[in-house]
Unconditional design. Structure first.
Length: 249
């Protein structure tokens, strides 16, 4: 449909799950795409799948200082930026007593600190108009057990969608957020659980979704395309919940 024709877009964490599916959608809509990732094997797999026209940037989303290098790669290859999708993140589920300072800091570094300083580093490159889409979560709205730290990082991201939108709209940069519910992605396989425990957790989570199922990465990607495109030009500081109704109960 070419809704992003000619747009230059960066997707963090674009080598798997929601990020990879969004990269596919952006390409199909006519965008030039760059993705970041940390795992060398995943980066190479994304390169093969997305094609040689996609810019692959190795980067640790939790390293605040490294975000300047990402911005420099975008400047050198694209000259500027029209769309940023902050997608890279981790979800560690632990009871309160199971957290230590190092793990706490790791979640906030990857889910909040790194993204914040990436936005800062990219500011001189944004076109006018431009769109920033932040990946939030339904967990910022619900009191799910064992998500205290993850939910806090995502609540902070949703706060940024509001505060940065007020600050950056004068530069022609819209900031909005998409908040997924439980999505069938490799994220859940990274929780460090046994297969039986993972199935039990998945069944428990699915039971809390009014729609009765996990969402698909494509359903989030379609929402991101809308927020990234000129179709949402009057949408500023908003959150689009794509959660099967989970945040409403």
């Amino acid at each position: 449909m070419n809704r992003l024709q000619g747009k230059r877009a960066l997707i963090t964490g674009g080598t798997s799950g929601i990020g990879l599916e969004t990269a596919r959608e952006f390409l199909s809509e006519g965008a030039r795409v760059a993705v970041t990732g940390k795992n060398p094997a995943a980066l190479e797999a994304a390169r093969k799948e997305l094609g040689s026209g996609v810019l692959i940037i190795p980067s640790d989303a939790g390293d605040a200082a490294a975000q300047k290098t990402v911005a420099e790669s975008i400047r050198a290859s694209f000259g500027g930026l029209d769309v940023l999708f902050i997608n890279a993140g981790i979800a560690e589920l632990r009871p309160v007593e199971g957290w230590d300072e190092a793990a706490f800091d790791r979640s906030f570094d990857i889910n909040l600190k790194g993204p914040y300083f990436l936005i800062q580093a990219l500011l001189p490159l944004f076109a006018s108009p431009a769109s920033i889409v932040l990946n939030g979560s339904v967990n910022a709205h619900i009191g799910m057990a064992n998500t205290s730290v993850y939910g806090a990082t995502k609540a902070a991201m949703l706060s940024l969608a509001r505060t940065l939108s007020g600050e950056l709209i004068r530069r022609g940069i819209r900031v909005n957020a998409v908040s997924p519910g439980p999505i069938a992605t490799p994220l859940y396989g990274k929780l460090g659980l046994s297969e039986s425990d993972l199935k039990a957790v998945a069944a428990s989570i699915q039971g809390q979704v009014p729609a009765g199922r996990f969402g698909n990465a494509s359903e989030i990607a379609h929402a991101v395309v809308y927020l990234a495109s000129d179709e949402s030009g009057f949408t500023v500081g908003s959150e689009l919940q794509v959660d099967g109704g989970m945040g409403n109960v």
